[in-house]
Design a protein around this ligand. Structure first.
Ligand code: SF4
Length: 425
């Protein structure tokens, strides 16, 4: 099983693996070179060019392995398959079958297995056993001009409240201590099926699950942001003072062209309110450079915004001209060289900000969870760090030995741009 793309895709992979496990399939993630594999399944990402290229390269790698008789069957699923099934079928005939994003049952049946209804909501975790994602909805009702996800994943569908809570309780029973709440538009939770925003209630209910020590919120949307969420984060100590809120840009002209439904001034006000309501909150955001029509002035505004906002965590994407999106009607006017230059400029600014924010933590005592051992270090994270995407804390291995999946209080002894070094308090 190969799972590409975002954590939302990973949850689908884990749901499929639970069903395959129940059908007594032997599941391997890192096949030994030259070993024979019966079936390879690739869960693809089809979001933007780079991700699509990675998916195609992976499919071709396994297509070659099939030609060399290292694997018998090759299946492709997920967003790329959903979006380009027909074209891929023509171009890569080695693939035995392509499945869309809502076809887990079909895959199991195609493999000759049974679909166990009673296991819906259960997953075979691929993350470290102490931490997991929980997907609270599928699809998106927003109309961001650059985004193909609504085309791939369809309309926003919130999962039933109790089903999410039951899944979270099962995860905690199985040893999970940290849950990252995800969907395409987390703040929209409940609007479709309950006709009102229910994220604050859902977070409160999650926070009351005994043994769930860290809850972290991802993919919140700035326009119409439900401020009650901030009160809930503040109220419960086991909800991390952390907020992932992709903002994409700050220039009114670009935000309008992106159909983001919010202005630069409103964005600034929201960031101020978030910081005022939750002092010391870590804000993660994502920005896009090179959107059609982005002028030097727009980019200078964005640079100023990044400097003044001093985000704790920040990702930057170069605009990808995606067919069938609203932005595809616009001219992809910013040359690739300029897109890349703007990307680099923002990352350099952010690296300096991150270095300064980290340096201010020197000598502090922070609570961390140990994820793994690597060379001479234990690799851990603070409550301000989401797995895979944020910073890490490196603790030299020594006596006493630390346990993976356990929490410790550590003192920060050294800092660099992104990671922290620490010793047991
Ligand atoms: S909120 Fe916008 S960017 Fe995010 S998935 Fe929906 S349409 Fe795409």
């Amino acid at each position: 099983m190969v799972s590409l793309g975002c954590a939302k895709n990973l949850v689908d992979t884990e749901r499929l693996l639970r069903q395959l496990e129940a059908n007594r399939f032997e599941i391997i993630f890192d096949p030994v070179d030259g070993s024979k594999i019966d079936t390879a399944i690739i869960n693809t990402c089809g979001f933007i060019n780079d991700a699509k290229q990675e998916s195609i390269d992976t499919i071709l790698q396994f297509a070659r392995a099939k030609q060399n008789n290292q694997i018998r069957y090759l299946f492709v699923m997920g967003c790329m398959s959903e979006r380009y099934k027909n074209k891929l079928q023509e171009e890569i005939p080695e693939v035995d079958a392509f499945f869309g994003v809502n076809e887990l049952q079909n895959i199991v049946r195609y493999l000759g297995g049974n679909w166990y209804k009673e296991l819906v909501g259960e997953r075979k975790l691929t993350t470290p056993s102490h931490c997991s994602y929980i997907k609270i909805a599928e699809g998106c009702d927003r109309k961001c001009a650059f985004c193909a996800i609504p085309i791939i994943r369809g309309k926003h569908i919130s999962r039933p409240f109790d089903e999410v809570i039951t899944e979270a309780k099962n995860l905690v029973t199985s040893g999970v201590k940290e849950i990252n709440v995800i969907s395409q538009d987390t703040t929209y939770y409940g609007v479709d099926s309950y006709k009102r925003r229910r994220l604050p209630e859902l977070l409160s209910a999650l926070a009351q699950i005994r043994g769930l020590e860290w809850i972290r919120l991802h993919y919140t949307y700035p326009d119409g942001f439900p401020l009650e969420v901030l009160e809930v984060i503040k109220k419960y100590p086991n909800i991390c003072n952390y907020l992932d809120i992709p903002l994409q840009h700050i220039s009114d002209h670009i935000l309008r062209s992106m159909h983001r439904g919010i202005t630069g001034a409103q964005t600034r006000r929201l960031i101020k309110t978030i910081r005022k309501t939750i002092p010391g909150v870590a804000i993660r955001t994502t920005l896009i450079v090179g959107f059609p029509g982005e002028t030097n002035k727009d980019f200078c505004d964005l640079k100023e915004f990044v400097k003044e906002s001093r985000f704790d965590r920040m990702g930057v994407f170069t605009y990808s001209h995606e067919e069938d999106t609203a932005a595809f009607e616009l001219k992809d006017s910013v040359p690739a060289r300029i897109k890349h230059q703007r990307y680099e400029e923002l990352m350099v600014i952010q690296e300096e900000i991150s270095r300064e924010l980290n340096a201010a933590k020197l000598g502090q005592i922070v609570k961390v969870i140990v994820d793994r051992e690597e060379d001479e270090f234990y690799i851990a994270r603070t409550g301000f760090d989401s797995p895979e995407v944020d910073n890490e804390v490196l603790i030299p291995r020594g006596i006493p030995a630390l346990e993976t999946g356990s929490f410790y209080d550590v003192r920060i002894t050294k800092t660099d741009s992104f990671d922290l070094f620490a010793e047991l308090k």
